[in-house]
Write a protein that binds this ligand. Structure first.
Ligand code: MN
Length: 253
């Protein structure tokens, strides 16, 4: 099995090396990741300048992995990785330092790398874990990443999956994406020269519904959310077609 690994935290992230190490138990691993952090870049692609693809090394506790760094986004990395390595079976992204739950899926570069794989007709699985007071203990969560991969790779029809691993997992739970709104606040400040600047901070609204990704993480369960590329709201589409129809010269009943 050929496994391409990417992330949005950048080529030097310890989460990337941890994921490569777990993935190497399942097949041949190659890492293609951004040369600098690209968190919150979502699915941006670089279309106004050329990209470089430079050989480097990613080392974990036990192994060294063939790796390339790209001066682009997570989606760029997966596109270049797939171009330069044929017959990839699955693209793994992460392990992100920070969860990607609920509405964070819209901003996440980690998810975008997996989504880029799905857009190319490959499989994509994203992994994220919380950052608390200390760095994540990747040795502790690695067995849960491995268990999740064993389960997910055995399934044939799962193009895109979002996995979040809590600090000390108690089990694995399939979940749906929570759609609670967040508190997106702009915080003004001044730089050392006295010029105005701003931080855009996103704080999730903490209520969560049972069965969602956020709910599972609160219960210390690994959250596994299958996602789809088609964002169409089927109920609204049916209602819109019924009321407004569809035709070449405007509204047809
Ligand atoms: Mn990140």
């Amino acid at each position: 099995m050929r496994i391409l690994i990417s992330n949005d935290d950048g080529i030097y992230s310890p989460g990337l090396a941890a994921l490569a190490e777990v993935a190497s138990k399942f097949g041949e691993v190659r890492v293609v990741a951004p040369d600098v952090e690209q968190s919150s870049m979502s699915h941006a692609i670089t279309s106004s300048r050329p990209l470089s693809y430079r050989r480097t090394v990613v080392a974990s506790f036990t192994g060294r992995f063939e790796a390339y760094r790209v001066n682009g986004t997570p989606a760029d990395c997966v596109a270049l990785g797939a171009h330069n390595w044929e017959k990839i079976d699955v693209v793994l992204s992460g392990i992100n330092l920070g969860t990607n739950l609920g509405s964070a899926v819209w901003h996440s570069g980690t998810l975008a790398a997996a989504k880029q794989a799905a857009l190319l007709g490959l499989r994509g699985i994203a992994f994220s874990t919380p950052v608390t007071d200390s760095e994540p203990d990747f040795r502790a969560i690695a067995p849960w990443v491995e268990r999740s991969l064993t389960m997910l790779l055995a399934e044939k029809d799962l193009p895109l999956v979002n996995v979040n691993v809590p600090v000390k997992p108690a089990g694995i739970c399939w979940t749906r994406q929570s759609v609670q709104h967040y508190d997106g606040r702009v915080v003004p400040g001044t730089d050392p020269m006295g010029r105005a600047h701003y931080w855009y901070t996103v704080v999730p609204i903490t209520e969560f519904e049972e069965g969602t990704d956020r709910w599972a993480m609160e219960k210390r369960l690994v959250s596994v959310t299958p996602l789809r590329l088609d964002l169409t709201d089927d109920a609204l589409l049916a209602a819109g077609r019924k009321h407004h129809g569809c035709g070449g010269d405007g509204v047809v009943g």
